[in-house]
Unconditional design. Structure first.
Length: 85
């Protein structure tokens, strides 16, 4: 997780936070889109209706807020966004 970058680097841990670096936000945005798309396709496959898609909109908005507003340079903000799940 991005809030652990400094500690990961100190102990030599190879983490996705270090690997992705400046690409962390775009990667999280892409994974969020894939996640929501997968849920939408699954819902369509089994014939779920409007309540499912309404909740999917809520989940999409929450993910967009998290990725869009997180300050990756502030560990406390990263942790707060994680806990907001």
């Amino acid at each position: 997780a991005p809030q652990d970058r400094v500690d990961d680097a100190k102990i030599g841990m190879r983490s996705t936070a270090l690997l992705l670096g400046e690409w962390t936000k775009p990667a999280c945005a892409a994974w969020s889109c894939l996640f929501i798309s997968g849920l939408a396709l699954s819902g369509a496959d089994v014939g779920l209706g409007a309540p499912f898609y309404a909740s999917l909109l809520g989940a999409s908005a929450h993910l967009a807020w998290q990725v869009g507003t997180v300050d990756l340079g502030k560990p406390a903000d990263c942790a707060a966004k994680f806990r907001s799940n």
